[in-house]
Design a protein around this ligand. Structure first.
Ligand code: NAD
Length: 700
């Protein structure tokens, strides 16, 4: 059975048991319905407690049933919910761990809920491009303030039982019990508290109120919330739809609001955004399975780590490691850089405490786990060493030559290089099987992506260890092979080149950013340049111009830098920032430079359709992705999408560049690229050209 049924005195206990997340698949629904039926039929039972495991009440719908007949098999979630809500004997939910999505909707249909204070309750359906489809939008605003309900639904973020119990006037939780370090004791305590509430309800003079019969609460803030969320959602429909449904739940009768929610759910589920988000969800899971790597491969133990370089990346990587409980020795050979790095780490921890992200005790533990050192010799005992020194192959080779001498046998030696040849770095050691790339993104303690670079001779156990560390750090991991810029930065180069080419064809950079932001990116390519700093690319270009007189000049970007326009840090880049990052405005000086640039090229300034701008940039990404696949740098098109979603801000409701290209149709993609780039053999990646001709897709 997917749920256990037992009777304790006069209370029946139904315990959902469907590892790993107690998903509400067909078997669970049937077992819960069966339990309710038994309790109703048993005269010795006066009330029911519905619970899950100590770790999870229920994670919600079984996502593998989406779009299949099993999702609709009787009893459906709605039928089980009706059975509970209409039950003549009170049903009380006992929540330990998490209650998410359909799991929380099930609990909302019970007559009262009791939770452990640390339990997390949420309706995360927006993450799959959906709204809660089983009454969450209609019942939640009946037990907490509608504004709070709408926040939870539109953000998808769970909240703790302790927080929810403190909301004024809430009827969501009848009681909260303290967490216990012993899981079995905790589970017993929450069930006992729920049984008490259930008995009280059963013995009351009046029947227990059904959530559906309660009046909605509050909702005055919904119009303002809708406006904020709409602006931030950039075309992502579900978050706004969720707020609208809460507003309808406040204004309309229960059944009308339920019908509306059902219709919106069905429309969203069948629509492109939810398909894209569900694809992304499975793509991330698939990325953890590496072709040719036995999932049972034993990993090496990683109890301690070393980080080399206390610069931008070294700091973030150190913070990420200690947050996951791995103590770090940070080495920087420049004493000033070391103390600056340690001070920046300290400031970050203090900020975390000030903003309530960290407790003082957590910050203290992380601080205590960090040791600074001025020489690599300090890393002799480290299990994992991550190098984040200057992006210079010779410097990195020197570091790895020294590590080969210093590091203990079996230590994993990783480089955070963005572009360089990891095989060449491994080759300076006597143990290339221990070497691989662990490419973090800035800021490394925040960004979700970790590109793991499997060099030619990287050992399977070393790769498996890096994947396990990535998981421990909470990162989204993707494995790439060695090649300039691996997956992400190589694509970024193609994307930027497409943006530059579009300007060269007469476009205004401001229009390009506007189109890309309308597509769903938080920032267009030029705004991103201003954020990162234009001087870095300029310094790079100057080196390349010096080395190769034929290296193509980026004259417009050079002109900006020559005028000291380095981006946000100088309050001037592609835009002006008179009052900091949020004050981005069009720059008359840049407009003049763009006009000069167009004149010098002999092109007429022109306004491109937004769709044309998006096609040119996003299809360039997909084309580079096809080349990356063709070169064997990425194993799957979906891995490329994961990189771009997790590391480069591609709008999740569009699925990723490869998914988006598939949706547009690869013949159309190839045709656009040939139109823009000229019909040369190199205009379209060979893999893309072949799939376009065959009517194939990247993501099949
Ligand atoms: P950074 O210049 O901020 O920091 C590098 C640090 O390494 C400096 O503090 C320097 O003193 C130290 N260092 C130099 N040589 C050393 C040596 N031999 N031994 C010990 N310490 C040494 O650079 P960063 O931006 O942190 O980049 C570090 C690496 O991470 C580079 O390979 C870079 O390509 C890569 N990376 C950077 C980013 C980013 O956004 N900045 C993102 C991903 C990867």
């Amino acid at each position: 059975m997917a749920a256990e049924y037992r009777v304790d005195g006069d209370v029946a206990i139904i315990e959902i048991d469907n590892p790993p997340v107690n998903g509400l698949g067909y078997a669970v629904r049937a077992a819960v319905a069966d339990g309710i039926g038994r309790a109703l039929a048993d005269p010795s039972v006066i009330a029911v407690v519905l619970t899950g495991s100590v770790r999870i009440f229920s994670g919600g719908a079984d996502i593998t049933e989406f779009g299949t007949d099993r999702a609709l098999a009787t009893p459906t979630s709605r039928e089980v919910i009706a059975l509970i809500e209409d039950s003549a004997k009170p049903v009380v939910a006992a929540i330990s761990g998490t209650a998410l999505g359909g799991g929380l909707e099930l609990a909302l249909a019970t007559h009262a809920r009791v939770a452990v204070d640390t339990a997390r309750l949420g309706l995360p359906e927006v993450n799959l491009g959906l709204i809660p489809g089983s009454g969450g939008t209609v019942r939640l605003p009946r037990v907490i303030d509608a504004d709070e309900a709408a926040q939870m639904i539109s953000s998808g973020r769970p909240r703790t039982a302790a927080e929810l119990a403190a909301l004024p006037g809430q009827r969501l939780l009848a009681a909260v019990v303290p967490a216990d370090t012993d899981p079995a004791d905790q589970q017993r305590a929450v069930i006992a508290a729920a049984a008490d509430v259930a008995r009280r309800l059963a013995r009351a003079d009046t029947p227990s109120a059904r959530t559906r019969d309660l009046a909605p609460m509050g909702g005055a803030g919904l119009p303002a919330l809708r406006e904020t969320v709409r602006a931030r959602a950039r075309g992502d429909r579900a978050p706004v739809a969720g707020i609208d449904l809460v507003a309808r739940a406040v204004a309309e009768p229960f059944d009308t609001a339920m019908t509306a929610a059902r219709e919106v759910f069905v429309a969203l589920e069948a629509g492109p955004q939810s398909k894209a988000r569900r694809y992304a969800f499975f793509a991330e899971r698939a990325a953890r399975k590496v072709p040719g790597l036995d999932p049972a491969t034993a990993t090496r133990p990683v109890h301690t780590a070393g980080v080399i370089g206390a610069g931008t990346m070294g700091r973030g990587i150190t913070l990420a490691l200690v947050a996951a409980g791995i103590p770090v020795t940070v080495v920087d050979t420049d004493p000033e850089a070391l103390s600056a790095g340690l001070a920046a780490i300290e400031a970050n921890l203090e900020r975390g405490v000030a903003r309530g992200r960290l407790s003082a005790a957590q910050a203290a533990a992380r601080r205590a786990a960090i040791t600074g050192a001025g020489s690599l010799e300090a890393l002799a005992e480290a299990d994992l060493i991550i190098e984040a020194v200057f992006e210079d192959l010779e410097v990195k080779k020197d570091v790895f030559t020294a590590l080969d001498r210093i590091a203990r046998d079996g230590a994993v030696l990783a480089t955070n290089t963005s572009y360089l040849d990891v095989d060449a770095i491994a080759a300076v050691t006597s143990r290339p099987e221990d070497v691989l790339g662990m490419h973090f993104f800035s800021p490394a303690d925040v960004m979700a992506l970790l590109e793991i670079v499997r060099a030619d001779r990287t050992g399977d156990d070393v790769l498996a260890t890096a994947l396990a560390v990535g998981k421990k750090l909470g990162k989204t991991t993707v494995v790439a092979r060695v090649g300039d810029g691996f997956i992400g930065n190589r694509m970024l180069a193609a994307y930027r080149a497409a943006a530059t080419a579009l300007v060269d064809a007469g476009a205004d950079p401001v229009d390009i950013d506007a189109a890309i932001e309308d597509f769903g990116f938080a920032m267009g390519p030029f705004a991103v340049g201003d954020l990162a700093g234009l001087d870095i690319g300029w310094a790079n270009r100057k080196r390349r111009y010096a080395a190769d007189p034929d290296f193509p000049r980026d004259t417009l970007a050079d002109a900006l830098c020559e005028r000291g326009r380095f981006g946000q840090k100088t309050k001037a880049g592609w835009y002006d920032y008179p009052d900091g990052p949020r004050s981005r405005t069009r720059s008359p000086e840049v407009a003049d430079l763009v006009a000069d640039h167009h004149r010098a090229l002999g092109v007429r300034p022109q306004t491109f359709e937004q769709a044309e701008i998006v096609d040119r940039l996003v299809f360039a990404l997909a084309d580079e992705g096809a080349r990356i696949l063709g070169d064997g740098i990425a194993a799957r098109a979906s891995d490329i999408d994961v990189v771009y979603l997790a590391g480069y801000g591609f709008p999740r409701h569009r699925g990723g560049p490869m998914f988006h290209a598939d949706r547009a149709g690869l013949a159309e993609v190839a045709q656009t690229l040939r139109r823009v780039r000229g019909d040369t053999p190199d205009a379209v990646a060979p893999l893309l050209a072949r799939l376009a001709a065959e009517g194939g897709r990247f993501t099949d």
